[in-house]
Design a protein around this ligand. Structure first.
Ligand code: G3P
Length: 231
């Protein structure tokens, strides 16, 4: 499973990238607006931090002509940019043209298997079902993801399923168990994936025991250096 971070915050992106398990970024107009910086400059900075990972950038026009204009513009900024369009008839018309021009498209705001089926038939690069927002309205986000993956496997669709709006580690683990190609998550959820109280407690115990025997053990770095010199 590829890990994308669902943020436009440079500090969060840098921190996640430094761990070596980050495959890309998803942004949306709300996330970019929070950063209050010139749009193009900001997106290019993200591209540099996560390269060769992809950066998803969303159009804000709602008509096909506007989406085409914005999509072409974003794609010209950096080869790793994937253009996000909303799941609307205008979005699908824009996708159709942009795909023929070789631009990769992520269809966002997908909430049903029927929508996802259309997205795959249209030839999108990514489809983004929003799990958390389905849960918010008492629908089963993971259930919808499962239905989408079943349909995609039945027809061997090439569109990659990007599980989005993930709100906690269980969303990530369950999406991975189902074989979702990508999970995009806020930085907080990414951090939570690393944590386990037994890891912290275990490490604390190891260090305490080491400290107690330090006099006998000596300094580990000095010992290693002395060992090398002796050879
Ligand atoms: O980027 C799209 C999606 O992941 C949004 O998530 O938490 O705002 O529903 P959320």
């Amino acid at each position: 499973m590829k890990f994308f971070l669902d943020t436009a915050n440079l500090e969060e992106i840098r921190q996640a990238a430094s761990l070596g398990v980050l495959d890309g970024i998803t942004t949306n107009p709300s996330l970019v607006a929070k950063e209050k910086r010139p749009f193009r400059e900001h997106i290019l900075e993200i591209c540099e931090i996560v390269k060769p990972g992809v950066v998803n950038v969303e159009v804000v026009s709602t008509d096909t002509a506007g989406m085409l204009r914005e999509g072409r513009e974003f794609a010209s900024w950096h080869p790793n940019i994937v253009v996000k369009v909303p799941m609307t008839p205008d979005g699908l018309r824009a996708l159709n043209t942009l795909v023929r021009e070789g631009i990769r498209i992520n269809v966002t705001l997908v909430f049903s298997p029927a929508q996802a089926l259309i997205v795959a038939k249209a030839g999108a690069y990514f489809v983004s079902p929003f799990l958390g927002r389905l849960d918010d309205v008492a629908q089963d986000g993971l259930g919808v993801l499962h239905e989408i993956l079943t349909i995609y496997r039945a027809y061997n669709f090439q569109t990659q399923v990007l599980a989005a709006s993930l709100r906690h580690p269980i969303h990530v683990v369950e999406a991975a168990k189902m074989g979702a190609h990508i999970g995009t998550m806020p930085f907080k959820v990414f951090e939570q994936l690393f944590k386990h109280p037994l890891t912290d407690r275990g490490l604390e115990g190891f260090l305490k025991d080491w400290e107690k025997a330090r006099e006998v053990l000596g300094d580990i770095v000095q010992a290693a250096t002395a060992g090398k010199r002796g050879r």
